[in-house]
Design a protein around this ligand. Structure first.
Ligand code: SAH
Length: 438
């Protein structure tokens, strides 16, 4: 039977809260794992300031409080979990160390540089691993630590069934080396990582299995309750079958100001906007400087941009710049181009030039410029964008060789470099012809 729910949060919130409230853990963990992860962080100050994000009923919060002299802000979105944690800490006399609060990890009330340590066990997937790492970085003090657990692939290729399951439940699942790389790109030095032993999964699943019958009884075997139980038992069955392909991994990192030897950039603070008159000389210099270090170049790209801007092909709202701390660090231009088919001359777009200053490369700024401009072009009603560039780079955005559409460039350029992106599915179906490109 196909399950109509793909992720647990598609279910009735009160049912989830009711199912998990009495359980110590809401994810595959154990006290030992929390302590082991903490063990890799050996230079915390005496009274560290700690955030525990997506704390649930607080299994790991309590372990953290008992293993450090710190004060812990523990946040979760589920009122029932926060209440349950409040009761537990009162009983354990930890109310001077743990401060629970009901808030979302996507909209935290934290101060910048407030914490020595950010903890997120089995919860960062709710915001997304990369987004969480990037957004939360600012809440850490210099050299502060982050420790997050995240589901990860152990193998390079997987059976279809499990690959489909995770693709729909959490498409950001990735291999351990990729997760580590993403942590570095988000501005952290990886400190340690380890795979959770299988026992942690059973620490999570066994109490769940024991809770199924009482839970169903309590809810009179309602459809909603049965649906939730089906979802959870499917999760357990899949784990049993495919546990050699995936599992939970703890990733521990230390805030760093360098990424691949370059200054870390807070990509959340990059502003992309249309160019204005005032930017023009800055853009000229930017293109000239950026293309000096390009793999393929003519050397006159900056003049080409001026020529386009002064022609009737220019579309002001599709000439964008990227700014960081009030400095121009990248630009992209989409201008009109024409495809001559047997019967028509049709207007499309040409992407050229695009440039990012060398010290800001490899941090996703080019991607941001491309995505934003494609988005705007689609909204303006254009149907396709042509370019001449490196297929290895552009295919990740969905650009395909124009030869697939029977379209040739007007100039004598190796065909494999001439690519196109359809802004609307099948926009170029039966549109073979010659494109003015580059
Ligand atoms: N850290 C706990 C709970 C993990 S389950 C443990 O390891 O046992 C994931 C938790 O994230 C749940 O408690 C859920 O309520 C919480 N959560 C989901 N979305 C959230 C959001 N946007 N903000 C804060 N917490 C969220």
């Amino acid at each position: 039977m196909e399950n109509k729910h793909t992720i647990i949060y598609d279910f009735d919130h009160t049912l989830i809260a009711d199912f998990f409230r009495g359980l110590k853990r809401q994810g595959p963990e154990s006290d030992e794992i929390t302590k082991l992860a903490l063990h890799f962080i050996n230079d915390l100050p005496n009274n560290p300031s700690i955030a525990d994000i997506g704390c649930g009923t607080g299994g790991q919060t309590i372990t953290l409080a008992q293993s450090t002299n710190g004060k812990i802000k523990a946040v979760d979105l589920m009122p029932e979990f926060v209440e349950s944690l409040k009761e537990n800490i009162k009983q354990l006399g930890l109310d001077k160390k743990i401060f629970p609060s009901l808030e979302s990890m996507t909209d935290l009330s934290f101060e910048e540089a407030e914490f020595d340590l950010i903890w997120a066990e089995g919860s960062i997937y709710n915001i997304g691993y990369q987004k969480g790492l990037k957004e939360w970085r600012k809440y850490l003090k210099t050299n502060g630590y982050i420790a997050v657990s995240e589901v990860s692939w152990f193998t390079d290729s997987r059976p279809q069934e499990i690959s489909d399951y995770w693709e729909s439940s959490y498409p950001e699942i990735d291999t351990i080396p990729n997760k580590i790389k993403q942590m570095q790109q988000a501005g952290y030095t990886p400190v340690a990582h380890f795979i959770f032993p299988e026992i942690c999964w059973w620490n999570y699943f066994n109490p769940m299995l024991n809770n199924i019958e009482p839970f169903l009884q309590k809810h009179n075997y309602s459809e909603g309750a049965k649906d939730l139980v089906d979802h959870l038992t499917e999760e357990i069955a899949l784990y049993r079958k495919y546990k050699s392909d995936y599992g939970y991994v703890f990733y521990i990192g230390q805030k760093s100001d360098l990424v691949n030897g370059k200054d870390y950039i807070d990509t959340e603070n990059i502003r992309i906007r249309a160019e204005t008159e005032k930017d023009l000389s800055g853009i000229y210099d930017l293109i000239q400087t950026a293309f000096k270090t390009a793999k393929v170049k003519d050397g006159d790209e900056q003049d080409f941009a001026v020529k386009l801007r002064n022609s009737d092909r220019y579309i002001p709202e599709l000439a964008l710049v990227a700014e960081y701390n009030n400095k121009l660090i990248g630009q992209i231009m989409l201008t009109k181009t024409y495809l001559t088919t047997e019967s028509n001359k049709e207007e499309y777009l040409l992407l050229a030039p695009i440039s990012v200053l060398i010290e800001y490369r490899d941090q996703g700024i080019g991607s941001k410029l491309i995505h934003k401009s494609l988005d705007k072009a689609r909204k303006s009603g254009y149907k396709a964008v042509f370019l001449c560039g490196d297929p290895a780079y552009y295919q990740r955005f969905g650009f395909r060789p124009t030869s697939e559409f029977g379209i040739k460039p007007a100039l004598d350029i190796p065909v494999q470099y001439v690519m196109v992106y359809e802004l609307e599915p099948n926009a170029l179906k039966d549109r073979s012809g010659i494109v003015e490109c580059c």
